[in-house]
Design a protein around this ligand. Structure first.
Ligand code: ATP
Length: 239
């Protein structure tokens, strides 16, 4: 479970998150959405222990896997798919220890899970955007996490690839993991997630697509859009 409780985080002398509350249960995929600067990355970085809250906190039961934005990874580094996934075990490995049979088993499992086993010896620089995203997910899965944090996994991907990944994330959740994903693809999140959390300095609302689709005021306030925004119609269509 991922439990965000009364979370307040200050950056550069300014409160960027204030009294944020959100629970992600094992088995569910929750989409964290909000405008630029809403505090999505700040919330994830706090969950990872990289930022210290001024109040409240984020509690995670069990191992946590983190999938960073694709552009944060050095794809031109000459390294194979399986070696990148093995770096997900490095917390366990220590810097110098050789991978054990159990480490390789975990890597094999993770590669199978994202359907990348046949490309395991391929240099990562030769992969497509969708394949790279799968590699990053496998790397996070290599630690066999109970919770998974995904930071904007759909950015720059075509619609069929987004849909395949969305199915993958949902099935990873169904295997009893708590999965929290940030995204700017609002329609995709409404369609593909179990619940949506609207964030703008705090968690403004949490609910299923059906529960949130008709809350025009809420969307207008959170995203600063007008009542004529096509987004409002799109949300109703996908809910
Ligand atoms: N190191 C920093 N120092 C001061 N302010 C920061 C710092 N990092 C982020 N901020 C501010 O914190 C707020 C939240 O930023 P954050 O990156 O969490 O938003 P986000 O929702 O992830 O945005 P985006 O959708 O653009 O990625 C923003 O107003 C941002 O300017």
């Amino acid at each position: 479970m991922i439990a965000v409780e009364g979370l307040a985080v200050q950056l550069g002398g300014r409160l960027v998150l204030e009294d944020a509350n959100l629970t992600v249960h094992p088995g569910e995929l929750v989409g964290l959405i909000g405008p630029n600067g809403a505090g999505k990355t700040t919330l994830l970085r706090t969950a990872l222990g990289l930022l210290k809250p001024v109040r409240g906190g984020v509690a995670v039961s069990g191992n946590m896997g983190y999938v960073p934005q694709r552009h944060e990874f050095a794809w031109d580094f000459p390294i194979s798919v399986e070696d990148v996934v093995m770096t997900g075990r490095s917390g366990r490995l220590g810097l110098l220890r050789r991978p054990s049979t159990e480490d390789w088993q975990a890597v094999d499992e993770a590669l199978e899970r994202v359907r990348m086993a046949d490309l395991r010896t391929r240099p990562v620089g030769e992969l497509s955007g969708g394949q790279r995203q799968r590699v990053l997910v496998a790397r996070a899965l290599a630690l066999r996490p109970a919770a998974l944090l995904l930071d904007e996994p759909f950015t720059g991907l075509d619609v069929p690839t987004q849909e395949l990944l969305s199915e993958l994330f949902l099935s990873l959740a169904r295997e009893d993991r708590a999965v929290l994903m940030t995204t700017h693809d609002l329609a995709g999140a409404m369609y593909g997630c179990d619940r949506i959390a609207l964030l703008n300095r705090t968690v403004v609302a949490v609910g299923t697509a059906a529960e949130l689709a008709d809350e025009d005021e809420l969307w207008m306030r959170t995203f600063g859009i007008s009542e004529h925004s096509p987004l409002l119609r799109i949300l109703k269509a996908v809910a």
